[in-house]
Design a protein. Structure first.
Length: 504
């Protein structure tokens, strides 16, 4: 009797499950068909324990807590690199993020959002985004290769599971958008964290595509499984077809009432392809041109995929807010934005506020001829307004070396800094500088060197140009040394080699 009852119960259970998740013969083989709106949770088993720990911690709204779970419970060698995604620098908080607290086999770090627990360094940008990397405290061995970006609007707590690239909210589990990109003018492909049941007939499946900056909502024609036929409506990758082409100059978001939060669609690849097809090349002089005789400064930036660009001018280095802003004018034919001023701004600094599909961000002029001193404190730095004609280029006093055979060349690879930085270099000018380099050139000629291969002198990242301390101990980390193979700005000379990096 009991055995018969069990058989009947199992049969009823299977029948109920078939109503939600079943198969049918469709073109191309069996199709996985589910009830529209059904989703299968892939929540980690350990999430419940993390939620329990969180609920016992009395976490305030002014705090941010990162939980970390490892199967081996070995948290000793692991630390957290944390920064504000826009213009942040993880090294500023590093001294305060190298030790996890551990309770019940779960590690966590607890921070104040105002930066008071990270040496005054804030780790949330203007868009509410925080960057996270779980790495070893003794080097750059990471737990998963890619940077993690956490949206503080979702929650002030998150959890990282070792070996899993995704970062999760510590709360009720909901499906999430993992990735989304614009595939064509009217098509978005998105990857989901969990399988989701789509409508079997053309429709929206309750997905929504919006343009947050303008408030526009795009009409959706259809949402289908991006990898299989319509009958296979249980999808982890979806293709969303819109009724019109999107405007790639504005941020686009995809959302769903069941999903954790809206997700920004990556339109960058298609935006640039569209710009290359529709905007022909033109002979336009880019960057800043300053005429000292008239005090006229012209600013020209090629940004065809941007919906707005504002010029920010600063009369001093280090100012947080611009002294003056100028709206720039767009030429749809060339894709160029321009602004002009006749104020006496020689020696001022500037950057651009650029609005496009990634939101509004501060940007360095890629054609800048000079920059403010870069101190390696995050961000892209600021360009400088300079009269490029105030210092005439020198002329060669002699012809290039002439060799009977190319094999007679004696080529010497040299770093401007390394050439004269040693305390016993004997130079009169500042050690490691351009002037000291020139001072020592006759010595190379005496050695028989015929050609120099100079290591990069363009402006590069990862040095504080104002710190001229001699690095002579050969340390690989946490030093102020770089050969220059991390380009920052191609048309700006490296400031560390100058006599005064604060004078553009």
């Amino acid at each position: 009797m009991k055995r018969s009852f069990c058989v009947v119960a199992v049969a009823l259970l299977l029948a109920l499950l078939t109503g939600c998740l079943g198969t049918s013969n469709a073109a191309g083989g069996n199709a996985t068909t589910v009830e529209p709106g059904y989703w299968k949770s892939d929540a980690k088993p350990e999430l419940a324990k993390v939620i329990e720990l969180k609920n016992n911690m009395n976490i305030g709204d002014d705090e941010f807590v990162v939980f970390y779970v490892r199967p081996d419970k070995d948290y000793e060698p692991w630390a957290l690199w944390i920064w504000a995604v826009k213009d942040g620098d993880g090294s500023k908080a590093w001294d305060y993020s190298q030790k996890f607290e551990v309770k019940d086999g779960i590690a966590y770090m607890r921070f104040k959002k105002d930066g008071s627990t990270t040496g005054g360094t804030t780790f949330i940008d203007a868009d509410g985004k925080t960057g996270l990397i779980v790495r070893k405290d003794s080097g750059w061995d990471k737990d998963c290769a890619d940077d993690r970006i956490w949206d503080q609007s979702v929650s002030n707590t998150c959890v990282i599971f070792s070996g899993d690239q995704q970062t999760y909210n510590v709360g009720e589990y909901k499906p999430r958008f993992v990735a989304a990109r614009l595939e064509s003018e009217d098509t978005i492909v998105a990857r989901l964290s969990d399988g989701y049941g789509l409508d079997l007939k053309p429709g929206t499946s309750n997905f929504v595509v919006t343009e947050p900056k303008t408030g526009k909502t795009y009409e959706i024609k259809d949402v289908v499984n991006a990898d299989r036929t319509r009958e296979n409506n249980f999808a982890t990758r979806i293709r969303v077809t819109l009724a019109e082409n999107v405007n790639v100059n504005y941020p686009i978001e995809i959302s769903h009432p069941v999903f954790e939060s809206a997700f920004q669609v990556d339109t960058s690849e298609f935006a640039w392809k569209a710009a290359e097809k529709t905007i022909p090349g033109s002979d336009v002089k880019l960057g800043c041109t300053y005429d000292a005789s008239t005090n006229k400064a012209s600013f020209v930036l090629w940004a065809p995929t941007s919906s707005d660009v504002v010029l920010n001018l600063y009369n001093k280095d280090g100012l947080k807010e611009p002294t003056k802003t100028v709206a720039m004018t767009f030429d749809a034919v060339t894709g160029v934005w321009t602004a002009n001023t006749t104020d006496n701004i020689n020696g001022w600094f500037y950057d651009y506020s650029v609005t496009n599909s990634r939101g509004t961000n501060k940007a360095l002029d890629p054609y800048a001829k000079s920059m403010a001193a870069y101190r390696n404190e995050g961000g892209s730095g600021r360009a400088a307004v300079v009269d490029i004609n105030s210092a005439k280029a020198g002329k060669m006093s002699k012809d290039y070396v002439k060799l009977a055979q190319r094999e007679d060349a004696v080529i010497y690879e040299v770093s401007v800094r390394d050439f004269t930085i040693s305390p016993d270099s004997g130079v009169k000018n500042a050690k490691g500088s351009y002037k000291a380099f020139i001072e020592k050139l006759p010595y190379l000629k005496e050695l028989g060197v015929t050609h120099l291969q100079i290591m990069p002198v363009l402006n590069f990242y990862f040095t504080d140009e104002t710190n001229k301390k001699y690095e002579g101990n050969g340390t690989a980390n946490n030093n102020n040394y770089n050969w220059g193979y991390d380009p920052h700005n191609y048309f700006t000379p490296e400031g560390w080699y100058s006599s005064d990096p604060t004078n553009p």
